[in-house]
Design a protein around this ligand. Structure first.
Ligand code: C2O
Ligand code: CU
Length: 507
């Protein structure tokens, strides 16, 4: 009888050992894959935005260094709903306009033909003109804008219920619907209106127009000229016309030229054939403007400047250039050679003379940081390199909380790799410093502040307009891609909701 060779023992079976090792390797590999995948799945799932949500439940409350009482948490019951924050004067309006929104084919004179959005058949829509203090009423009728629409009054600090943000201050107006906006034109200056429903598409395709509020005392004899600039299918037009747009101004006369940048990027503005002064920025007059020569204005997206231009007595024209389009001011048939954009830029940080700000910025009630970055991750399930505010991605960007009467100082910095025109609704901010250098010029009050990559600004504002307000990038595709936060007053709530299960997509 012979003993079984040891190799016959199952425990010594080399094939079995190999199988076991393979199984262990498989388990380890699976575990490793899960260790990578599970957090990704979790991050993906956590980024999903519900089909209907309130902006109040978006990111965590940032109280700017002030303790938050429980009743003042965003969304706390018993607050004033935004719909109560209306223009208090229910009397007859001084300016009464109906704007009918349509989707239609438009041919820009000298430019492209495209499917656009119009108001009363044109883009830009009718200019709304008011005198300082007028009560303005605008009835928006949606005839054929399929996604619904709204009107937002960019730069006009209207009562919150009139702000026109779908899903925050109202529901989008459906086809066949209408909505009435009322506000007092308390601020003199150059403003504009535009849709705040699917704005990245509706604004780009023309659902916009100008608002001009003139002082009771008049313009001191200046000829009032409007230059709303917009890119239609990539082609720049001013007042809805591409190329050179003649404006009759008598020889020797002075004009106030109101330039509005309704696009997503910075627009250069310069003058050929004369010097100019920057007499207003975002609706606020500049204190003691000085003549500018050989420089351009780098106009922020959404921003406005009023330029004062003297038309020569010689009968030659003056060109106000906007890179691809120009206003030609002068007697009929006059001209002047175009010039190239100067490389120098008017620096609003030091332009004009200082004047009291009228607020105590040394002892603010709240201090906020609005830090713009970018990092890889998921946004509503979409992988990508997304914008962040204070390190957080939409929809968890912070909710900046204030109480009525507060003075707030905000430090804005941008390390995202791109420039962002920052726009706070319902308020104007004054620039205190840029990159640590204090402002030394005329008080620079702005509602559309271009923050270049690598730049930082310190700005201040007074919380004097209760509501729930957007504070977003006005490069509208960026806003759609999450570069949006909100400013919210304690004790104010909104019952409006947004998301794909609602009619509202503000950006
Ligand atoms: Cu001009 Cu929130 O927009
Ligand atoms: Cu941006």
């Amino acid at each position: 009888m012979t003993a079984s060779p040891p190799s016959a023992l199952p425990s010594d079976d080399p094939g079995g050992r190999g199988r076991r090792r393979a199984r262990v390797r498989l388990v380890v590999a699976l575990a490793a894959a899960l260790a990578v995948l599970l957090p990704l799945v979790w991050l993906w799932a956590a980024s999903l935005v519900p089909s209907s949500y309130s902006v109040m439940t978006m990111g965590p409350a940032d109280t700017g260094g002030v303790a938050l009482s429980h009743s003042h948490r965003p969304g706390a019951a018993g607050g004033r709903d935004v719909t109560t924050l209306v223009e208090p004067d229910r009397g007859p309006p001084d300016v009464d306009v109906t704007l009918t929104a349509r989707r239609q084919q438009v041919t820009v004179p000298g430019g492209p033909t495209l499917t656009a959005y119009t108001l009363n058949g044109t883009t830009p829509g009718p200019t709304i003109r008011a005198r300082e203090g007028d009560l303005v009423q605008v009835t928006l009728v949606n005839e054929s804008v399929p996604d619904g629409t709204t009107l937002h009054w960019h730069g006009i600090d209207v009562p919150n219920a009139e702000d026109g943000v779908a899903g925050v201050t109202q529901d989008a107006v459906p086809v066949g619907g209408r909505h009435v906006y009322r506000f007092r034109a308390a601020q003199v200056g150059t403003y504009w209106y535009h849709s705040h429903q699917v704005s990245h598409e509706q604004v780009i395709k023309g659902l916009l127009g100008a608002v001009v509020v003139t002082p009771r005392a008049g313009l001191g004899g200046d000829v009032d000229v409007l230059g709303l600039a917009h890119l239609y299918a990539g082609r720049r037009a001013v007042q809805g016309r591409a190329g050179d747009v003649p404006v009759e101004v008598p020889a020797g006369a002075r004009a106030r030229v109101r330039i509005i940048n309704t696009d997503n990027g910075i627009m250069p503005v310069w003058v050929s054939g004369a010097a100019f002064e920057v007499v207003a920025v975002d609706g606020t007059d500049v204190n003691e403007p000085t003549p500018v020569e050989g420089k351009k204005v780098a106009l922020a997206a959404g921003g406005r400047v009023d330029l004062r231009v003297h038309v020569p007595a010689s009968g030659a024209a003056v060109r106000v250039e906007m890179g691809g389009a120009a206003l030609v001011l002068g007697p009929a048939g006059s001209s002047t050679p175009a010039t190239r954009a100067p490389s120098g830029v008017v620096d609003l940080l030091s332009y004009g003379s200082p004047a009291p700000l009228g607020l105590d910025v040394a002892h603010p009630d709240r201090r906020f940081t609005y830090s713009i970055g970018r990092r890889p991750g998921f946004m509503n399930g979409r992988p990508g390199v997304h914008w962040t505010v204070n390190g957080r991605m939409f929809p968890t960007a912070p909710m900046f909380m204030v109480a009525e009467g507060d003075v707030a100082v905000v430090h804005i910095d941008n390390h995202s790799g791109e420039t962002h025109p920052m726009h706070l609704h319902g308020h104007h901010v004054v620039v205190l410093a840029r990159d640590g250098v204090k402002a030394t010029g005329s008080p620079w009050w702005t509602d559309s502040l271009e923050v270049l990559n690598g730049q930082e600004f310190d700005v201040a504002f007074v919380a004097d307009n209760p509501g729930v307000w957007l504070d977003h990038c006005h490069n509208l595709p960026h806003a759609r891609d999450g570069l949006t936060a909100h400013l919210m007053y304690e004790g104010v709530t909104t019952h409006f909701r947004l998301g794909r299960g609602t009619p509202n997509t503000p950006e």
